[in-house]
Design a protein around this ligand. Structure first.
Ligand SMILES: [Zn+2]
Ligand SMILES: [Zn+2]
Length: 259
């Protein structure tokens, strides 16, 4: 089974049970469904409690940080402690959409790094056009004491080298399949296979040949195939590596992957 380490099940229009079932039929699971604020984290945990093979992350997305209060951080901490929550995030910095003041993004990011460390859970980082600031904050907070996942990696070789030196996991989504994404594939080819993860970020970022259409967790198979191509590896072998990496990064393998 090939895991989808980053999906937003609550944003996919189709019925969640059917989406999970279709994914399972396509050989995809477990699915980690990602929280982007308190409400969506609550929905993510509910989905993880309802469907076998679904796990949750608890997070406040940088674009949702403008009005975050200390009370929200407390509520997030309570949610993140849930047994079905395997990670904190997605958190980080987004200076591309720039939907929240940078200071608000950084404060919420810092709090979530601390939360992930205190719970010993993985940290899922969203970094768009904010590489230097994101890496500085992660270093200041010694984020590497827990597992760090750079989701939908968009950095260049120098950002990649820094992340690898710190032991972070590098996760790729649909863009690695795009015809014009030679640069992304070049970067992916420099990630040691033991640090690679695959995700969909569904309903966003549909891989080829579905680019531009709503995405689904089952299409993580296309991301994995692109990574296999980059590595000139048999897709099945790449699938096994990605499964093992996700199990290690998020602690999914302990006690059975499809708990
Ligand atoms: Zn993201
Ligand atoms: Zn996401």
């Amino acid at each position: 089974m090939l895991p989808d380490t980053h999906a937003h099940l609550d944003m996919i229009e189709e019925d969640t049970g059917q989406v999970v079932e279709r994914a399972r039929s396509a050989g995809v699971g477990p699915i980690i469904t990602i929280g982007i604020n308190i409400e969506s984290t609550t929905r993510a945990i509910a989905a993880a409690e309802s469907y076998p093979g679904v796990f949750a992350s608890a997070g406040i997305h940088p674009n949702d940080t403008a009005e975050v209060t200390a009370d929200d951080i407390d509520r997030l901490a309570g949610l993140a402690a849930s047994e079905r929550v395997v990670a904190v995030g997605e958190t980080g910095l987004d200076f591309y959409r720039d939907a929240s003041p940078h200071e608000a993004q950084k404060n919420a990011f810092r709090e979530q790094v601390r939360l992930a460390k205190s719970l010993g859970k993985a940290l899922i980082v969203h970094d768009r056009e904010a590489h230097d600031d994101a890496l500085d904050l992660l270093a200041d907070e010694r984020a590497g004491d827990t597992t760090v996942v750079m989701h939908c990696f968009s950095g260049d070789e120098s950002v990649l080298s820094e992340c690898l030196a710190r032991g972070y996991y590098i996760s790729f989504a649909g863009p690695v399949t795009f015809k014009n994404a030679e640069r992304t594939r070049e970067v992916a080819s420099r990630v040691p296979v033991s640090r690679l993860l695959a995700e969909t970020d569904s309903p966003f970022l549909s891989p080829e040949p579905f680019r531009g259409r709503p995405n689904l967790p089952e299409r993580v198979t296309l991301v994995a195939r692109a990574l296999a191509g980059v590595w000139r590896m048999d897709p099945e072998e790449m699938g096994l590596i990605l499964e093992e990496n996700a199990g290690r990064a998020f602690g999914l393998g302990l006690g059975g992957a499809a708990r």
